[in-house]
Design a protein around this ligand. Sequence first.
Ligand code: NAD
Length: 297
Amino acid sequence: MADLLGFVGVGRMGGPMASRLLDAGYRLCVYDVSDEATAPLVARGAELAASPAEVASTAETVFISLPTPDVVREVTLGSNGGLINGSKVRTIIDLSTTGPGVATEVAGKLAERKIALVDSPVSGGVTGAKAGTLAVMVSCPMPTYQKLEPVLKVFGKLFHAGEKPGLAQTAKLANNLLAATALVATSEAMAMGVKAGLDAKVLIDIINASSGRNSASQDKFPRAILPRTFDFGFATGLSYKDVRLCVEEAEAMGVPMVVGGAVREMLAVTRARFGAASDFTHIAKVLEEWAGVEIKG
Ligand code: NAD
């Protein structure tokens, strides 16, 4: 019989990742506070649990993909229904972005119950989650990494970030700081260019053939901003959380982040103006409002 895996948090990222595990022949036991999120997986044969603890009493290996550090703490360590109370679980793989502090704290508490936490944040968005082309950053002891390799490969390309809990989270925060910075800076450059009279599509094409090209100019602008869909698939609130965690971790280590601080504030402004649930491509809309232009292609 196929291996049974647990999965808690099957939203924008977790949903398609869980679906790929079903495609690969694994059996799944799932839990999410949203019935809408679990329904497509249950329709494909996944077992539905009533709590994280029930998932952890069913499967030895449990994935989580959750929005914030607080939710990760509650789902893993919660005294009533948390994964820690499950009778079967031995390994929890955290695919969320929570920062190294939370990974270290949760790993320590789970270790007291002989449960291993593998922090394994991912990058590549909803498109990468669907296609199995994510960058999967993993920190755990090498023997555990080798054991998990076949299942993690279902999600994309693996990188062993190190043995210490939290190292993969640090790599992920560094990446997300850069991704958000590119989006903020490209929005500023595009607003200026359009206000001066350049066609937005022409300017993006010039940038993408020149040295200013980046993940926002090559992907987010053509896909979600120029067509005015603002549906890239990553929430402003989550991007704000990532950059805030990054700047806080850096400052705690004595690494000042001047640009990072400015990017965090731009995300705070976007969140205040358009809400935490808005797509983070709304950063460009803030610039549009300030400049009095529309960046459309
Ligand atoms: P999401 O909000 O779409 O999904 C989170 C899921 O968790 C939702 O289905 C929600 O109902 C569920 N949930 C919330 N509280 C819960 C609880 N207490 N118990 C069980 N389920 C609960 O978010 P997402 O975009 O899928 O992001 C998930 C994680 O992946 C985040 O940490 C995010 O930073 C990270 N991430 C997102 C992207 C992206 O492009 N969306 C890319 C890489 C990493």
